[in-house]
Design a protein around this ligand. Structure first.
Ligand SMILES: *Cc1c(COP(=O)(O)O)cnc(C)c1O
Length: 239
């Protein structure tokens, strides 16, 4: 056993976590919310399970992986931790089977084909899956997500699917030099989220607005995010 192999990374995490928790608190205050109402999801791609365990011992309650293969490799370690495990990456339909009964939420649902497969497997495996609808808020070819104007119809289709429950929206906005553009993207997301919630649809719960990453989580919270997904700012730059 190499107990000290990850000592430096764990120390870095402790410092980063303290600072990020303070930033979240400040941003929540600006948004008129309690810091406890914001979930900090630790985005743990490339982070060794030992370091994730340390993070959970320090107070991280929610962990997100974004590659199926990596999640499976770490799964035995992750499932032993008392934290919520979610899937945040792009997902091929043929890999859904690896996530059922393993993660509580798939944040990247952006096609009926994907949603139907999650539903089919959940019914077959007597499982349930929470899903977020990913929105391509910047209309970027390179990113997943449905276009904002497709949201109402898409959500209507999802709520018919057994075994899955729509819990909210997720977005990854374009890299913005211009901070006011970034605020516009986040604010639009917040508006879609509020508009859908106002419809009070059966089987649709808008209780998670997942937006904001290392470089922009404070702005996202100020605009109404309820969950930020932070990787490199917590664990250091990925190689
Ligand atoms: C990696 C990742 C993050 C975290 O990115 P950082 O910039 O390292 O904070 C958030 N969301 C998704 C979907 C990711 O893949």
């Amino acid at each position: 056993m190499m107990e000290n192999q990850y000592n430096d990374r764990c120390k870095d995490f402790d410092e980063n976590y303290k600072r990020i928790a303070e930033d979240i608190e400040k941003a929540a205050e600006k948004a008129g919310k309690s810091p406890e109402s914001i979930t900090l999801l630790a985005a743990t791609k490339t982070v060794p399970a030992e370091v994730i365990r340390h993070a959970v011992e320090r107070g991280i309650t929610c962990v997100g992986e974004n590659r199926v293969q990596e999640l499976l490799e770490k799964y035995d370690n992750l499932s032993a931790l008392s934290c919520d495990l979610q899937f945040i990456g792009r997902l091929q339909t043929n890999k859904v089977k690896y996530l059922v009964h393993k993660v509580s939420c798939i944040q990247s649902v952006d096609s009926l084909k994907l949603a139907s497969e999650i539903s089919r497997l959940c019914v077959r495996e007597k499982a349930h899956m929470n899903v977020l609808v990913e929105v391509n808020i910047g209309r970027e070819e390179s990113k997943g997500g449905i276009l904002p104007e497709e949201l109402p119809e898409f959500i209507d289709q999802l709520r018919e699917q057994p075994g899955i429950t729509v819990r909210g929206l997720m977005a990854i906005p374009p890299d913005c030099e211009d901070k006011s553009r970034l605020f516009q993207y986040f604010s639009s997301m917040r508006q879609y989220y509020v508009d859908i919630a106002a419809k009070k649809l059966d089987n649709v719960f808008m209780d998670c607005l997942s937006m904001g990453m290392s470089s922009d989580f404070s702005a996202a919270i100020e605009c109404g995010s309820t969950m930020v997904r932070v990787g490199s700012a917590l664990f250091g730059k990925r190689k």
